[in-house]
Design a protein around this ligand. Structure first.
Ligand code: DC
Length: 214
């Protein structure tokens, strides 16, 4: 395995922006694993099946193709909620595991962001970050993004989404969102994206020095 950067944390913590900017600097491929769950949730809804139906959700997750990971439909509030609901099913999680692990095995390294990368997908990752921020600040960021996409949702509704998703993702039995014991905590509540990225880059560089010497 190359140098893997595992970035976990809740919605709108800044982990996605940090991951993609790190990818540019390190020249490593980046996998936003939330897209896999979003694609599974959206596909299941489109097929008219129930999001709580584990067998149907597992079969949709097993039949995802790379083209399913693209498109604006995956970026909506509804897609985030559907993703969080299908993500509770062990059948869905195990269907998506091989793809994520194969991606993580790319040389000379890879960056993955999600909820369970450092704990379940790549527990041996050389660098682990857990990126978080207060629910209010995350809701403010997500609300600004959604408004720019033309979504009329209020700040209060977005905050409610964030709280519900944090609870579901953190309390599920299968691979709950959790900071790995060896993950560095990065709280971006009071940081803008440039400051958050600089802090993340310092952590990654320190890990890389250690990894290259080991
Ligand atoms: O990061 P995101 O908001 O796009 O993720 C959408 C949902 O997918 C999230 O609420 C929970 C689920 N998810 C997961 O369970 N495990 C991951 N590694 C990534 C996402």
């Amino acid at each position: 395995m190359g140098f893997v950067v595992a970035i976990d944390g809740p919605a709108a913590s800044g982990k996605g922006s940090i991951a993609s900017r790190l990818g540019g600097v390190l020249r490593f491929p980046v996998l936003d694993t939330g897209l896999l769950y979003r694609a599974a949730g959206v596909a299941l809804e489109r097929s008219g099946e129930d999001l709580d139906d584990e067998a149907a959700a597992g079969s949709v997750a097993r039949s995802l193709r790379p083209g399913d990971l693209e498109g604006e439909a995956l970026r909506t509030r509804e897609a985030g909620e559907a993703a969080s609901r299908v993500a509770v099913h062990p059948a869905v999680r195990s269907a998506l595991l091989d793809f994520q692990r194969t991606f993580a095995a790319r040389e000379p390294g890879a960056i993955l962001d999600g909820r369970d990368i450092g704990t379940v997908v790549v527990p041996g990752a050389a660098c682990k970050l857990f990126v978080t921020a207060s629910p209010e600040v995350r809701a403010r960021r997500r609300h600004t993004q959604l408004s720019a996409q033309g979504d009329p949702a209020t700040y209060e509704a977005v905050l409610e989404d964030i709280r519900r998703r944090d609870a579901r993702d953190g309390e599920r039995a299968a691979a709950p969102m959790r900071r790995a014991a060896d993950a560095v905590l990065l709280d971006t509540t009071d940081l803008d994206i440039d400051a958050a990225f600089d802090a993340a880059l310092r952590i990654v560089e320190a890990s890389r020095d250690r990894w290259e010497r080991s």
